[in-house]
Design a protein around this ligand. Structure first.
Ligand code: PEP
Length: 252
């Protein structure tokens, strides 16, 4: 059985104390409960060094939203994978559409980041997804295929086992307009087929593929009921404790 995951992407939100309060709130909500999904909080860098302590005595994992591709050195303002790992973080999001668009990160750069993260012992949540124009032109499958091929498909099988994929149609991120469960399923089964072609059926069946894009408590259950949707990457709704916890509980 592949792992189900609900990961919160806080983006550039939450100062130190409000982030601690939110993480504690999620931890308290699930104390004594056994959610069906692994919970991952992907926080801004400033929270990482306190999260281990805040989340101790819980099964909640945490991670970063970005990393740099080089191990150390004169890269003013960047954060390395080993720095992230040293906080106790287990995950890093790589290739979020905001990084691709606003910070001009291309598949080649993202592939370097992915390989650095994996070689440091982090698990990668690799984001892919088309913009609206690409869907309208009917090239969304090609776009996602290229993002996966160039960003991931030079990994070894062992490396690939530590990759989670998040399909996030860019037109659905932060817009309130989620993909329909059928649209998510159609793309996510396509992604699983590509993984099977590259790494074999065993690995593809064990790969967790998340949906992200305006996922909230009111639509999560329907999205997560799809056979190739193994949970969600949650932006805006991860900033509200009740909403985020309800999304986690929508995983059956
Ligand atoms: C995201 O940023 O990864 C995301 C899915 O955002 P939202 O849930 O706000 O659409």
């Amino acid at each position: 059985m592949r792992k189900k995951i609900v990961a919160g992407n806080w983006k550039m939100n939450m100062d130190l104390s409000s982030g601690i309060e939110l993480a504690k709130g999620v931890k308290e909500y699930f104390a004594g409960k056994t959610p069906k999904a692994e919970i991952v909080l992907c926080t801004p860098f400033i929270h990482l060094s306190v999260m281990k302590d805040v989340l101790k005595d819980s099964n909640i994992k945490f991670g970063a939203q970005n990393c740099y591709s080089e191990p150390s050195g004169a890269f003013t303002g960047e954060i390395s994978c080993s720095m992230i790992k040293s906080t106790g973080a287990e995950y890093v999001i790589i290739g979020h559409s905001e990084r691709r668009t606003l910070f001009k990160e291309d598949n080649k750069m993202l592939n370097k980041k992915v390989r650095m993260a994996l070689s440091t012992g982090l698990k990668v949540i690799y984001c892919c997804g088309e913009i609206l124009k690409e869907r309208e032109q009917g090239i969304h499958f090609d776009v996602v295929k290229e993002q996966l091929t160039e960003g991931l498909f030079n990994l070894t099988e062992d490396e690939f086992k530590n990759v989670v994929i998040a399909y996030e149609p860019v037109w659905a991120i932060g817009t309130g307009l989620n993909a329909t469960p059928e649209q998510a399923q159609e793309m996510q089964s396509f992604i699983r087929k590509l993984i099977a072609e590259k790494y074999g059926k065993g690995i593809s069946e064990n790969t967790t593929i998340l949906y992200g894009g305006s996922c909230k408590a009111s639509n999560a259950a329907e999205l997560f009921s799809m056979p190739d949707v193994d949970g969600g990457l949650i932006g805006g709704a991860s900033l509200k404790k009740e909403e985020f916890c309800a999304i986690v509980e929508a995983v059956k």
